[in-house]
Design a protein around this ligand. Sequence first.
Ligand code: SF4
Length: 910
Amino acid sequence: MQAQTGKTTCPYCGVGCGVKVPLSPDRTSVIGPVCGDENHPANFGKLCVKGSHLSETLSSDGRLLQPVVDGIETHWDDAISTVAERIKTIIDEHGPDAFAFYLSGQILTEDYYVANKLAKGFIGTANIDTNSRLCMASAVAGYKRAFGSDTVPCNYEDLEKCDLLIMVGSNAAWTHPILYQRIVEAKKNRPNMKVVVIDPRRTATCDIADLHLAIAPGSDAAIFNYLLTESVRQNCLDQNFIANNTDGFEAALFQAQATLASKKEVASFCDINESILQQLADWWCSKEKAVSFFSQGVNQSATGVDKANAIINCHLATGRIGKEGMGPFSITGQPNAMGGREVGGLANQLAAHMDFTTEGAIDLVQRFWQAPNMATKDGLKAVDLFQAIEQGTVKAVWIMSTNPMVSLPDTAQVQRALEKCELVVVSDCNTITDTTVFADVLIPATSWSEKDGTVTNSERRISRQRGLLPPPGEAHHDWQAICEVAKAMGFTTGFDYKQVFEIFAEHADLSGFENEGKRDFDISFYSQINQQGYEDLLPVQWPVTNTNPFGTARMFSNGRFYTENQRAQFIAIEPRFPAIKANKDYPFILNTGRIRDQWHTMTRTGKAAKLLGHIDQPYVEMSPLDAIELAVQEKQLIKLDSVLGSAYLRVKISNAQKKGQIFAPIHWTKQFASDAVVSNLIPQAVDPLSGQPESKYTCVQLIPQTNLLYGFAVVANDIATDALDYWCNITISEGKYYEFAMSDSQLTTTQNDGGIINLVNKALTSNGVNIELGECIEYRNPINQTIRISYLMEHKLQAVFYFSPNPTLPDTQWLITMLEAGKVITEIDRIALLAGQPSNSVDKGKIICSCFNIGEKQVNEAIVNGAKSVIELGKVLKCGTNCGSCISELNGLIIPTSKVLSADYLDASL
Ligand code: SF4
C-alpha cells in the first residue's frame, strides 16, 4: 500500500485555504507536514505559518475521548440520553426559550444546519447564536440594510485587480496572511496600485501601504462620509446608478455634510493630518477600481453597522459594486462564519438567508422541514443570551466548539452565568478549556482532519473540509451528536441522516425551495448530490443553480438588489465615538486583536511549539512616551484595570502605538497564563443593531508592578505554579517553557537562599519529579543577583530555572534546543549551564520565521554578512520564502524605520 494525499481546507481563518495532507497507507495518521493545494482558488498552493504547522496540532495531548456526565466518564449512548432527557425536562417545565445553543464559526455548515433545524423548527426557540456574533455580525447587518440581503459582493481576485485598496480595521498581514500575500504580489506587479490602511495603530499591514491613516479609535465612519462628500465635489458620482438602482442618496449626503462640514473638522474628529485625508479622497475620486476591505476594526464596535454602511454608501454613490476590482468587501475572521450565516445560525436569522420578518418565510421553512414547533421571532444574541442565563430565564445551554469564558466580553459575567445555569453541555475536542470546566456534560467532538463537511470562506466559496482520519475514542461529529439528541428527545423524523452529504443536499434543497430568484443564497444545483458528488465537490462560489452551475464570481452585476423594490439603500450616517471616554481613572484606550502565529484561544495553535516561538507570552503594547511617563521598561509586568476586571501582561514598547492607546492580544487563557484574559476587561457594550460587542475599545488604567523577581523555567514536565504570582507557559516539543514573576521578598537572593531552592524543589516534586535521583547544578551571581539552577537526570537535562531582578531575561532558545535534543550533558555543556551562555552556535534568538525556524540572531548575522534585502535573506536562510508572514519583521531588522507615509504618530507624539 502506498502513502496517500488527502485534500481539505485549513480550519483557521476566513481566507479558507486548500490544504494537502500526507496520510499513511491505511489512512489512520498524518505522516508529514501539510502543504497548500495549488488547485484551490483561495491560496493556489500557499499556506501561512499557522496552516503550514497544522500537522503539529494533531497530538492526542489533552484530547477529550470519552463523554463525561457530572464529572464521571461515561459512554456515548448514556451521554446522549442524559442530554436529551435534561433538555426535555427543562423545556417541558419552562418552555422552549429556556434552552439555547451557543455555536462557533469553527463548526461545519452541516453541523450548523441541523442545530438550527432542531432549535428553530423542532424545539421552537431561536435561541441559537454563535461566536461569529463577535466577528462579523455588524457587517451582516450593514449589508442587509443596504442590499436587503447578507451578500458579500466581491471576490479575492478583486483585491488584485483594483487600483485603490482601502484596508479598514484589518491587520491582514497577520490575520489573513495569504490574502495579504496576494495583495503584496499584485502591488509588486502593478506598482501604480495604491494601498491605504486605516487603523489607529501601525501594524505589519502598513508595510505595503502608500498611506496610513492612524485615526482616532472609532472615528472610521467620518472618513467615509468625507469620501462621499468629496465624490460630489470632485464629480465622480455615478448618477445613473444612483437614479436607477438606489434610494436615499440625498439624505445620506445631507447627513455627511451636516455632521462634519469641512475637511478641517473631519481631520480634527479623526485626529489625522488634513493632507493625508485629502490624499485618500483624491485617490478615491480618481481611481475607478476601488475595493474597501474591512474587518474586525470596523465590526467590533458599538457603531459597527453604521461604519459598514458609511463604507457601502461610498461604493453605491460611485457605482463601484458588482464589477471587477470594485466593492465593499467584509473579510470574516473564522473559517466558517459564512457557512453559519447561510444556514441561519444566528439568533436573528431563520434559515437559508431568510429572516423571521421575511414575508412568508416562517411558513415556507415549516413546510420544508415538516417542523412541529416553529420559532416565530428572533432569539437572544450572544451577550443577551449569557445575561439571560445569569438571570435564570435560559436554563440549559449547549456550547459547541467555542470558549466563551475567554472570548466573550466581561468573562466574570459569563462565569456567573455558567455557574448558575442548570444544564451546561459542552461539545469540544479538548478535555480542559476555560469553558469545559463548567460543563455538566462534556461531549467529545471530532477535530480538524476528522471533521467532515463543508465550509464557506470570505468570498462565498464553499469548500469541502474532509474527514481524513478516523475519529479517536468516542469522539463523534457535531451533527451526529445533535441528531442523536434530537431523536432521543422524540423527534424521530427530520434527523435520520445516515451520511453527512444528505444534510448538505437538504440544505441546498431548502436554499432553492420556492426561491425563484427572490433570495441571494441559492445552491439548489446540489439538492440531488450523492456521496460521490459530495466527495468530489470542488470549491465553488454561491449562488450555484441549474442555470448557473459553475457558481458566481460577483454579485449585483445587474444592479438589482434583494430589497423589496430591488434598489440598494443608502443609510444616513452620523459618526459617533464610543460613549465612554478615557478619563483620569481609566486614561488609556485598550485595543485588542490577534497575533501572527496564534488562533483564537490557542486550543489548537498552542500545541505547536514552533508557533509559540514568535510571540511566547501575553503582552500590552504601548508608546515609548507612555512608557516613560509610567517609568516602565520593556518586559516589565504591568496590571491593566478596567471598571470590570484586571489582567497582568508584560510591557512591549513600540512606535506602532499612539500616546494614550495600547494594544493587547486576545489569545491567552487560564491554561496558558495566570491572569491574562483580556476579555475580562471589556464591558458588554454592543452595537444596538448587530449585537456585536465593542471589543476594540475599553478604557483602562495601567499599574506598573515593581520589586519583582523575574525568571524562567525550561522543564521536561509541567511544574506547580502555586508560589508564582505571575506565570505563563508554552509548549515546547519535549516539555514546557515558563516565564514567571514573584513579589515574595523571602525569595530574593539576598535575604534567604533557601527560598529559591525550596520553590524550585516544590515546583518540580509536586508534579512527580524525584529530585533525589537527580543532580543539581547551581550558580549565583552576586553582582547582578541572578541565580541559575539546572537539574540533570541520568546525565540529561531535566530542568533549568533562572531568577533575576531584571524583567528582560536572557535567550532560552539554546536551552530549549538542549532539552529537546535529549543529549547527554558534557563538561562543556555544564560550563555553559553555569555560565548561562551556549557553548556553541545553537542560540538562534527569538524565532522570526516560524516556517523554517529562523531566529533573530541568525537574521542579524546574515545582515551583518551582507544580506541587505528580504530576498537576499531568503537566499541565505530561506526565511520569508514560504508563507511570507515574517517579511514585515525581516524588513524591520534590515531597515528599522518604516517608510509608510504617516505623519500622525509624530504629530500625536511630539
Ligand atoms: S491564511 Fe493561513 S490561517 Fe488562513 S486559511 Fe490560509 S493557511 Fe489557514
